[in-house]
Design a protein around this ligand. Structure first.
Ligand code: NAD
Length: 322
């Protein structure tokens, strides 16, 4: 087992894991199985990724063949905003557990703050952002403290060992910390040299909240959506500073990007299905960057966020109902 991060819940979370967003259904079971074989123990899934059944198949095969036990693995899933009403949280978690074929999640996160109107899984699953499956964004009136109390119920009922949040900013975390009986164990955020989130990471350190970085390669993950602000950026793996540091250490640029985050104490969850790259990404903690290299990477910060919900909406046509 590689390096781990101790969560406030008392459980250990592997520092390097495997991200499951956009892993297509046809190859997902094999990808998860191969990643376990390559040594990955943390898998970062979500209802929204639409592949939880296939992820579970990969896990089941690895367990059946004796590669790992359930206890060796650390499996994360996430609550989608249409399930943030208090009485919808546990059924949503149970649906994800049943798709994975698991009895508990190691970590269950609120995927995004801001409850949306409930969509019955019988109507559409995963539900996506739009109430009608096309263009309507419809708010629910549920405030965060109600959702969080239901998340705490998942720990009480042993459906989740640790609970946390994703895509939350400092203000909402500060608010939650005032009422949470179980404080969030982890925060998952977009994090790369174009978005370094210094203050948010400091706040989490001070409050004992583990931080997981997603989209560690920055714009690379968002080109397929045709995002103009992703296309306009120099790809981080071709950036002169990053390739220069990589050459100096005899490493890949991708490993420098992952090491910069892990040396900051963050967990990372890169995704790839290429076997050589799988191993490379997992081996990103076996060397250290110099302080001046770390500082130079920090200096690339531009505050650019690619995974903004509004980037996925046609805001001209979007209707918001209270
Ligand atoms: P990523 O940064 O892991 O990958 C981006 C692209 O880089 C992919 O196309 C991948 O094939 C490629 N890649 C991976 N390793 C490489 C390497 N060593 N060399 C060259 N190319 C490489 O992007 P991501 O998928 O956006 O983020 C990782 C994970 O984070 C996701 O799979 C998901 O689990 C999680 N995530 C969470 C949220 C959230 O809202 N909580 C949002 C986005 C992603």
């Amino acid at each position: 087992m590689g390096p781990t991060i101790k969560l406030s819940s008392g459980y250990e979370m592997p520092q390097v894991g495997f991200g499951l967003w956009k892993v297509d259904n046809a190859t997902c079971a094999d990808t998860v199985y191969n990643a376990i074989k390559a040594g990955y123990r943390l898998f970062d899934g979500a209802c929204d990724y639409g592949n939880e059944k296939e992820c579970g198949e990969g896990v089941a095969r690895a367990i059946k063949e004796g590669l790992v036990t359930r206890e060796d693995l650390f499996i994360t899933s996430k609550l989608w905003p249409v399930f943030e009403d208090g009485d919808k949280v546990e059924p949503a978690c149970r649906r994800s557990l049943s798709d994975w074929g698991l009895e508990y999640f190691d970590l269950y996160l609120i995927h995004f703050p801001g409850a949306l109107k409930y969509v019955d899984p019988a109507v559409r699953y995963p539900p996506g952002w739009h109430f009608d499956g096309k263009s309507q964004i419809v708010r629910s009136s549920t405030p965060m403290h109600v959702t969080w109390a239901a998340m705490e119920g998942l720990v009480t009922n042993k459906l989740a060992r640790s609970i946390g949040v994703s895509n939350f900013q400092a203000q909402l975390l500060y608010d939650m910390l005032r009422y949470a009986k179980i404080p969030p164990a982890a925060l998952q955020i977009e994090h790369h040299p174009y978005l370094v989130q210094k203050e948010l990471v400091s706040l989490c350190k001070a409050e004992g909240i583990a931080v997981t970085a997603y989209s560690s390669f920055g714009p690379a993950s968002f080109l397929e959506f045709g995002f103009k602000h992703a296309e306009a950026m120099v790809p981080l793996m071709q950036d002169e500073l990053i390739t220069g540091i990589a050459a100096r250490h005899g490493k890949e640029p991708s490993q420098v990007l992952l090491r910069w985050a892990t040396q900051r104490g963050l967990a990372v969850i890169p995704k790839t299905s290429r076997p050589a790259v799988l191993a490379q990404n997992l081996e990103c903690t076996g060397f250290d960057l110099e302080q001046d290299e770390i500082d130079k990477i920090f200096a690339k910060d531009m505050g650019i966020r690619f995974n903004q919900p509004s980037n996925y909406f046609d805001t001209d046509k979007m209707w918001i109902f209270g």
